[in-house]
Ligand binder design. Structure first.
Ligand code: HEM
Length: 571
């Protein structure tokens, strides 16, 4: 017994210090683990991990590399410059969020081929919470069953190839309204100038006209049935012009707010403060958005009831007989959409589809004004195929290879969403031989990829010819829909833009119609022009920062009609 006690006390002598050592080791390890889990940039303890992270600028505590961003410069340009230093796979700490920047075609291919699904999530964005109605739209919702259900409705119904094709009459109405509005302004300005009341320059702000066309086109696509009568007013009976103006005003405000720099998206602690006042403004706006759209949805429900049409009847109708609100109301069973989800989808549509199309049209026009020979060649092609006795129709586009190449070249040099929409992963993975931590945001620099010198000869030169058969370069067969990683204006993979076909159709029709209907020139006093050695004013191609990137200054042009006036007036 005594010997047992001696043994126990001996054991105690060993066990007590041992357990203290174990406890110290466990708590040291726990502290290390928790610090690593919550580690921000600049943490010394991360050094070992960082050896496996992709290269990138050295971060500051808390703010990471945010100080490298210049609010006056479009972000894709800053990222493009940094990629020249750190390579096509770069990791930057945007506040406390690790952000992967992918900047060439080879890295984009590896990213999408190996990690499309891992990175199919979206990072937290305040805009998604309020303007995406608690992340219930496609743009902001995280990858999962809800997202897949909604995305299926987009691909199979709202933006199916059939619906896009059926709705070409609606696009033609909007483009015709644009031409009529440009014509009216140009004639008004000419008569004022003849009367000596407006100097002698008839300059039209095309940026603002195209922006109106971009939104109106999507509004018509949502509220008009694809097979509506071609008459401009008849197809929009659901929405009055006052309601349309109200809707457009909230869309514009939503685009402004979504494009603002909100510090809480990068440093979560700031989410509790809202010292910028952005969250308060978004909350207020989302209430107006909900009120306006719910009123229209209710109106649609009432119309259907009055017509004795229930969801079974709607379900049985062919797509050509339903507008998009009706298609949303027709979702049944597991696919039934909440009011918030319907509101979110309607705004998704207008916001994602309007500025992207108007800005692309504007860039194409601007590039052509800087390349008069290409402008003349496109007009010559249009005169041969369409003639001057009628307006361009969508069916003409397939017969206009130079026009198609021109739009493609413009998408290469000026993708309207140059960084796409940020992707995010929830689990850690490996890419390009590096460790990528869980909860990393990824941005694909579409702009830099389109100018990747290993794929494009004279990458900064605007040359539609590179896509045509008589050009011997390898570019001629390159497509825009995700097969070729050197040209990704709509990105690729699970999150690829579902409106790509619609967007391209609008841009091609608008560009073709504007070139065919008018002659274009620059006012010699254009405020954003610089003078070349030939004394020809050249338009500046400077970009304005934002999710969608327009030219830094409005496109003000002198316009002269090319067709007999009666041709523009046919309704
Ligand atoms: C020139 C026209 C357009 C361009 C260049 C464009 C480009 C893009 C890009 C780059 C993305 C991000 C894809 C990603 O995250 O991987 C995107 C997403 C999206 N676009 Fe477009 N877009 C255009 C027109 C449209 C139109 C007309 C619509 C609908 C009416 C639309 C609806 C959407 C939606 C809903 C998403 C989110 C997709 C998702 O998160 O799954 N876009 N677009």
């Amino acid at each position: 017994m005594e010997s047992q006690l001696v043994l126990i006390s001996d054991l105690q002598l060993i066990l007590v210090p041992l357990s203290i050592v174990v406890m110290v080791l466990v708590s040291w390890y726990f502290m290390k683990w928790t610090r690593l889990a919550a580690a921000g940039p600049g943490e010394k303890k991360l050094k070992k991990l960082q050896q496996l992270l992709p290269p990138g600028p050295k971060p500051w505590p808390i703010f990471g590399s945010l100080f490298l961003m210049d609010p006056q410069e479009a972000a894709h340009l800053t990222f493009g410059r940094l990629a020249e230093k750190y390579g096509p796979l770069m990791l930057m700490w945007m506040g406390s969020s690790p952000t992967l920047l992918i900047s060439n075609a080879a890295m984009a291919e590896s990213f999408f081929k190996n990690h499309d699904q891992t990175f199919a999530h979206r990072p937290y964005m305040l805009a998604g919470k309020h303007l995406g109605f608690q992340f219930s739209n496609v743009v902001f919702s995280s990858y999962g069953p809800y997202y897949s259900r909604l995305r299926k409705i987009y691909t199979l119904e709202l933006l199916s190839p059939k619906r896009v094709s059926l709705s070409q009459g609606l696009r033609q109405i909007e483009v015709r309204l644009l031409l009529q509005s440009v014509l009216k302004d140009s004639l008004d300005l000419q008569s004022c100038s003849a009367a000596g009341t407006s100097g002698n320059v008839s300059v039209i702000n095309m940026s603002s006209k195209l922006q109106t066309m971009g939104i109106d086109n999507l509004v018509r696509m949502i509220f008009a049935r694809p097979n509506s009568s071609k008459s401009t007013a008849a197809s929009l009976e659901l929405i009055t012009s006052e309601e349309r103006d109200e809707l457009k005003a909230v869309v514009k405000r939503a685009v402004e707010l979504a494009g603002m720099f909100y510090i809480g998206d990068f440093i979560p602690i700031f989410r509790f403060l809202d010292f910028q006042g952005i969250e308060t403004q978004m909350k207020e706006l989302s209430q107006s958005m909900r009120r306006i759209v719910m009123h229209l949805i209710e109106k649609q429900r009432r119309q259907l009831l009055q017509g004795g049409i229930g969801s079974t009847e709607i379900h049985g109708s062919s797509a050509s007989k339903l507008n998009i609100v009706e298609v949303l109301l027709a979702q049944d069973g597991d696919d039934k959409l909440s009011d918030d989800a319907m509101t979110a989808v309607i705004f998704d549509f207008i916001i994602a589809g309007s500025d992207t199309t108007s800005v692309s049209t504007e860039w194409t026009l601007a590039e052509l004004l800087n390349h008069p020979q290409d402008l003349q060649r496109a007009q010559k092609e249009l005169d041969t195929v369409v003639g001057r006795e009628r307006l361009v129709e969508e069916a003409d586009i397939v017969k206009l290879p130079f026009l198609q190449a021109t739009v493609k070249e413009s998408f290469r040099l000026h993708p309207p969403a140059p960084l796409g929409i940020p992707h995010a992963c929830k689990e850690a993975c490996r890419l390009g031989g590096y460790d990528i931590p869980a909860n990393t945001t990824a941005m694909i620099n579409i702009w830099a990829i389109g100018r990747d010198p290993s794929h494009w000869e004279n990458p900064h030169l605007f040359s539609p010819q590179r896509f045509l058969d008589d050009d011997s370069s390898a570019s001629k067969n390159v497509t825009m829909f995700g097969k070729d990683f050197q040209l990704l204006p709509f990105l690729t993979g699970r999150r690829q833009c579902p409106g790509a076909q619609l967007g391209l159709a609008v841009v091609q029709l608008a560009v073709a119609s504007l070139l065919h209907s008018f002659d274009w020139s620059l006012p010699s006093s254009a405020s954003d022009s610089t003078t070349t050695h030939h004394h020809q004013p050249l338009l500046s191609m400077k970009e304005k920062p934002g999710l969608v990137t327009p030219r830094a200054t409005d496109l003000n042009l002198i316009v002269t009609p090319r067709l007999p006036i009666s041709v523009y007036m046919i309704d």
